[in-house]
Design a protein around this ligand. Structure first.
Ligand code: NAD
Length: 508
C-alpha cells in the first residue's frame, strides 16, 4: 500500500482528509508534464497571463468562504486572520504581479564602458527558467504556495508545489481554481508528500524556491548542487524589536502584541525578542501584559483573537524554550503553558521578562506565541543585542524621532526594518523581502521576486559592420603598442602621459 498523509485539524485533532503521497517516479512524471505545458506557456503574452490571473482572482473571491474553511481546518487559525493574511494577500498579489510583471521583465538597455564596444547596441532579456519546484512550510499555506507561484507563472514558468505535509489542502483547492480559471493543464501542479517528495522535486525541477527551516534549507541546497540548479532560500528569523524612550508606548505595545502573536507567532517575521530602553521599560511591559491578558484564545468558529498552533512538534519546541528560560531565571508574567482547557495544540500567549542571550528563547527561532522582553541601557546596546544573532530577517524600531530611528535601521543586520510598525513590510509587494545570515538568500516581491525565476540573456549587436575589428587577428607588435597608448590615454591620471599617448596613437 502506498504511504498516505493524514491531515488533522490542530484545533480539534479530528481527521480532515487522507491523501496519497507522490512517489519519486510520480514527481518525475509531473515535472515532465509541466515541462510540456511550459514549452507553450512561455510564448504567451504578459496580457494573456494577467487575464488568467484576474479570472483566478474572481474565482477566489467567489469561493473565499470555502478556502477560509479549509485554511482554518488545517491550521487552527481564526477565520478573520485567515481572510486578512492569506486570502487578502493572494488577491492583492494577483493584482500586483499582473500589473508589474512586464515592467520588471522588460528588456534592459546597457551602455558599455569598454571603449572597443562603446558603439555596440547592448541589451539584456529575461527568459523563464522552465519548471520551478516550490517547497513550502505550514505557517502560511496559501501565501507561501500559490502566492509564491504567481510571479513564477507570470514570468512564463510552470510550477510544481510541494506543500507542507501538515497543510496541503488549501494548496490543492487553489490548484483546482487555477485549472478552472483556464490555465493550461499541468502548468501548475501539486505533489503531496514528506521530505522525500521534496527531494524528488529537487532532483527534477529547473530551480527550487524553498521556504522553511534553516536545516532543511541547507539540505535542499546541498542536493541542488549536484545538478547545479539555482535555489532561493527563505528561512527562519528571530526578529528584534527596539523600543526607545521617546516612543509612543501605546502604539509600540499594540504593534508588539500583534507582531508577536499573529498566527500564534508562527510567522517568519514575527517579533521574537524585544529590547526596551530602561526609562520606559516598566510602563511598556505593563501595557504589553495587559493587552496579552485580554486576548481571547479558542477555536476559529468562535470569536477569538488567537487560535492554536499548527504543529504539535512546534508547540513542544516552544514549551521547551519557555521551560528552559524559566529554569535559567526568566519570569513569566502571563501564559507559559499549554492551554489546560482546550483539546488542540493551544499554547497560551506568553510574556517573559528577566531574559538574556544565554537562553534559547532569545537566541533561536521560537515560532510560537511568546514575547520575551529585555531591559537595555540605551539605543546602542539595543542595536548591539539585536545584531547578536545568527538570523537577519526583519526588525522594528519604535521612536517619535523617525529620522534617528531610520538611522538606527541602517545599523541593523536585517533584510527589512519597520519604523513604528511591525510585519507590514511583507505586504509591500513592490519591495524586496529577503534575509541575511541564516535567514537565507534570494528575495520574494519586487523586481527581484520575479527576476529570480528567469535566466538573463545579454545580446550585443554590432552597428557598423566593419570588415575587421581591432582585437581580431593578426596579433602584431604594433597593436600591442597601440593598446598601451590607448590605455594611457584613457586611464592615466597624469596629463603629460595622456598627451604623449595621444600623439603616439596619431602617429601610428
Ligand atoms: P521545514 O524545513 O521542516 O519544512 C519545509 C518544507 O520542506 C516542507 O514542505 C517539508 O516537507 C519539506 N522538506 C523536509 N525535508 C526535506 C528535504 N530533505 N528535501 C526537500 N524538502 C524537504 O519547515 P517548517 O517547519 O514546515 O516551517 C517552519 C519554518 O519555515 C520556520 O523556520 C520559518 O521561519 C520558516 N519560514 C520562513 C519564511 C521566510 O520567508 N523567510 C516564511 C515562512 C516560514
Amino acid at each position: 500500500m502506498s504511504p498516505t498523509i493524514q491531515v488533522r485539524n490542530p484545533a480539534t485533532l479530528e481527521l480532515v482528509q487522507e491523501l496519497s503521497v507522490a512517489s519519486p517516479a510520480e514527481v518525475a512524471a509531473a515535472v515532465a508534464r509541466a515541462r510540456q505545458a511550459q514549452s507553450i506557456w512561455q510564448h504567451t503574452s504578459f496580457a494573456e497571463r494577467a487575464q488568467l490571473l484576474y479570472r483566478l482572482r474572481d474565482l477566489l473571491l467567489d469561493d473565499g468562504d470555502k478556502l477560509a474553511d479549509i485554511l482554518t481546518s488545517e491550521t487552527g487559525r481564526p477565520r478573520a486572520e485567515v481572510y486578512g493574511s492569506e486570502i487578502f494577500y493572494l488577491c492583492n498579489a494577483i493584482g500586483a504581479w499582473a500589473k508589474n510583471a512586464q515592467r520588471y521583465l522588460s528588456q534592459q538597455k546597457i551602455s558599455p564602458s569598454f571603449p572597443l564596444v562603446k558603439a555596440k547596441k547592448v541589451y539584456s532579456t529575461y527568459a523563464p527558467r522552465g519548471v520551478i519546484g516550490m517547497i513550502s512550510p505550514w505557517n502560511f499555506p496559501v501565501v507561501l504556495t500559490l502566492g509564491e507561484a504567481l510571479p513564477a507563472l507570470m514570468a512564463g514558468n510552470a510550477v510544481i508545489i510541494k506543500p507542507s505535509e501538515l497543510t496541503p489542502l488549501s494548496a490543492l483547492f487553489g490548484a483546482d481554481l487555477v485549472a478552472q480559471a483556464g490555465f493550461p493543464k499541468d502548468l501548475l501542479q501539486i505533489v503531496i508528500g514528506y521530505g522525500d517528495t521534496g527531494e524528488a522535486l529537487v532532483d527534477h525541477a529547473d530551480m527550487i524556491a524553498f521556504t522553511g527551516s534553516v536545516e532543511t534549507g541547507k539540505r535542499v541546497m546541498r542536493r541542488a548542487s549536484d545538478r547545479l540548479i539555482p535555489v532561493s532560500l527563505e528561512l527562519g528569523g528571530k526578529d528584534p524589536m527596539i523600543v526607545l524612550k521617546d516612543a509612543d508606548l501605546d502604539r509600540a505595545a499594540g504593534a508588539c502584541v500583534w507582531g508577536s502573536l499573529m498566527n500564534s507567532g508562527q510567522t517568519c517575521t514575527s517579533i521574537e525578542r524585544v529590547y526596551v530602553e530602561a526609562p520606559v521599560y516598566d510602563a511598556f511591559v505593563d501595557k504589553v501584559v495587559r493587552r496579552v491578558k485580554a486576548m481571547r484564545q479558542g477555536k476559529s468558529a468562535d470569536e477569538v483573537d488567537i487560535g492554536c498552533m499548527t504543529s504539535e512538534t512546534q508547540l513542544n519546541k516552544v514549551a521547551a524554550q519557555v521551560d528552559e528560560a524559566r529554569a535559567k531565571g526568566a519570569k513569566i508574567l502571563t501564559g507559559g503553558r499549554r492551554h489546560p482547557g482546550l483539546r488542540g495544540y493551544y499554547y497560551e500567549p506568553t510574556v517573559l521578562v528577566d531574559v538574556d542571550h544565554s537562553m534559547t528563547v532569545m537566541a533561536e527561532e521560537t515560532f510560537g506565541p511568546v514575547i520575551p522582553i529585555m531591559r537595555v541601557k540605551d539605543a546602542e546596546e539595543a542595536v548591539r543585542l539585536a545584531n547578536d544573532c545568527r538570523y537577519g530577517l526583519g526588525a522594528s524600531i519604535f521612536s517619535r524621532d523617525k529620522i534617528a530611528a531610520a538611522g538606527l535601521a541602517e545599523k541593523l543586520d536585517s533584510g527589512a526594518v519597520c519604523v513604528n510598525d511591525s510585519l507590514v513590510n511583507f505586504i509591500v509587494l513592490e519591495a524586496p523581502m529577503g534575509g541575511r545570515k541564516d535567514s537565507g538568500f534570494g528575495y520574494r516581491h519586487g523586481a527581484e521576486g520575479i527576476r529570480k525565476y528567469c535566466q538573463q540573456k545579454t545580446i550585443v549587436v554590432d552597428r557598423f559592420g566593419l570588415k575587421e575589428e581591432f582585437p581580431w587577428y593578426p596579433a602584431t607588435e604594433k597593436k600591442a603598442r597601440q593598446v598601451r597608448q590607448l590605455l594611457n590615454l584613457l586611464c592615466h591620471s597624469g596629463w603629460a602621459h595622456k598627451l604623449r599617448a595621444f600623439r603616439g596613437l596619431m602617429r601610428s
